[in-house]
Design a binder for this molecule. Structure first.
Ligand SMILES: *Cc1c(COP(=O)(O)O)cnc(C)c1O
Length: 488
């Protein structure tokens, strides 16, 4: 229920009380069923200080205007490396808003939620097929949460065999969530160096492998956008040493329909459903970090698990070795529906085409920019490409380039990650961009490189075409102002 009063937009019954108190200027509404006396004394007040007096038109215009200051995949190219900011088909949104799915109460008994359970079951099966794992859980709410699920399962597996393994090997190219997850699970993190070709070598893994090592956390393709060419041999070394291999699957957009992590010897991997399987993300969620496991980890999956029986689908909580429940109810169901719709509409061939185009697009950008921007690792990229700022002129750095890209109308790429590249510029175009968009972006990058030589202040002072100029990001992080209201 919504009405407009002289004091403002009335959004619901509670606010109606606010404007309809007797004696208020010139506006009255019917008597309320809930008498004002039901509010505790301390909360009843005549005036709300600073409460804006706005009409509906003012409010609508305010929020519509704010929305146009935003930048998203629906407004332009968003090459944020590692985040797979692809265009998300709108048909997924139609699917997840269907009342039978969207209005389903999470406490509905299994026999009345067969459709939803069937969807979850099919999604589990589909993801298992794409990745080569024997089972999949949909419970975790994000990639990092999936890592937690996976590492807890590795820990539980070791404990079931006597325990005693306390260390986890993690390459220096890893996403920060990997060491954070391992530490959260009680493991000691052992950083290991990638080679000068940007990949892990069997030698370095063998050197660190002993009976204190619970496993290895590896990202493939890694965060330099490079395929870990020795992955099979590395998995064998870890297994022979009694450990398990975790794969950060955030970069699955480069592999789908072409290669399966399960076939490479990986034991457990998370999918970022909101990245690879198309849910709008970037504002912080919701996401979903489904996790695939090899046979040996199946007993440890978070409970309950969706199973298919002769009587239909049901949630099976009778899992004595399970690491337990990780998420209220059954996870972020809306993201699962989008992933299911995406899988169904693409099919196996479609997913393969996605990966081929994602890789082609990244290599196209690499080829157009590699003479102007320093490329620390020269081999063929997969779905993303990492440059450095070494060749920029005029004492310009990666941050200046990123800010100047905003003036050209682009969301900046990921910067200063991975850490092994000084001044990293990490570009992931995804499969959904056309050659025209990629060319325009590359033209902008080349123009900025020229500006860095000819007029470096254009970069140092960027962004100039935005509502606010360059912000003090260090202060914003260290002294965040998180309250609404006049600041000190
Ligand atoms: C995005 C990402 C993660 C974390 O995923 P969230 O869903 O943001 O928690 C982990 N590793 C890599 C390589 C990523 O790109």
């Amino acid at each position: 229920m919504s009405r407009v009063g002289t004091r403002g937009l009335v959004l619901n019954e509670n606010l109606i009380f606010e404007v309809s108190t007797p004696g208020r200027r010139g506006y009255s509404l019917p008597e309320l069923d809930v008498p004002p006396a039901s509010l505790p004394d301390g909360l009843v007040r005549d005036e709300v200080e600073g409460f804006p007096e706005l009409s509906e038109v003012d409010v609508v215009r305010h929020f519509t205007r704010l929305s146009t200051w935003n930048y998203g995949v629906d407004s332009g190219f968003y090459p944020l490396g590692s985040c797979t900011m692809k265009y998300n088909p709108k048909v997924n949104e139609v699917a997840c808003r269907r009342p039978g799915l969207a209005d389903l109460h999470p406490m509905t008994p299994d026999h009345l939620s067969q459709g939803a359970l069937e969807l979850m079951y099919q999604l589990q099966q589909g993801l298992a097929e794409v990745s080569g794992f024997s089972a999949v859980t949909l419970q975790p709410a994000a990639g990092a949460h999936g890592e937690l699920a996976g590492m807890l399962m590795i820990r539980a597996w070791h404990e079931s065999r006597g325990g005693g393994r306390t260390r986890v090997l993690i390459p220096d190219t890893a996403h920060g969530t990997n060491p954070a997850t391992a530490a959260l699970c009680g493991f000691e993190v052992v950083p290991i160096a990638s080679s000068d070709r940007g990949v892990l070598t069997p030698e370095v893994v063998r050197e660190h492998m002993d009976d204190s090592v619970a496993g290895l956390m590896v990202t493939n393709p890694n965060t330099l956008g490079l395929f870990e060419t020795h992955i099979r041999e590395i998995c064998d070394i870890v297994h022979q040493g009694g450990g398990l291999v975790y794969c950060d699957g955030a970069n699955l957009n480069a592999l789908m329909g072409i290669a399966r992590p399960g076939d490479m010897g990986i034991d457990v991997m998370h999918f970022n459903l909101h990245k690879t399987f198309s849910t709008p993300h970037g504002g912080g969620g919701p996401g979903a970090g489904a996790v695939g496991v090899a046979k040996c980890l199946e007993p440890f999956l978070p409970a309950p698990v969706v199973v298919k029986t002769d009587e239909g689908y049901r949630l099976d909580a009778d899992r004595p070795q399970s690491i337990g429940r990780l998420r209220s109810f059954n996870g972020n169901f809306g993201v699962m529906i989008r992933a299911w719709a995406y899988l169904r509409s693409m099919g196996g061939d479609g997913l393969k085409r996605v990966s081929e185009l994602a890789v082609l697009n990244a290599n196209y950008i690499r080829a157009r920019l590699e003479e102007t921007f320093h490329l620390p690792y020269r081999q063929r990229s997969l779905h993303e490409v990492v440059f450095s700022d070494r060749q920029l002129g005029g004492d310009c750095h990666t941050l200046d380039l990123a800010k100047r890209l905003i003036d050209y109308g682009y969301h900046p790429p990921t910067i200063y990650f991975p850490l092994v590249v000084h001044g990293a510029i990490m570009i992931e175009p995804t499969e959904t961009e056309s050659k025209q968009v990629l060319d325009e972006f590359c033209d902008a990058m080349l123009a900025i490189a020229r500006e860095s030589e000819e007029n470096p202040d254009l970069l140092h002072e960027a962004p100039r075409c935005t509502r606010t100029g360059r912000l003090d990001e260090t202060r914003a992080a260290r002294q965040p102002c998180l309250c609404w209201g006049p600041s000190e």
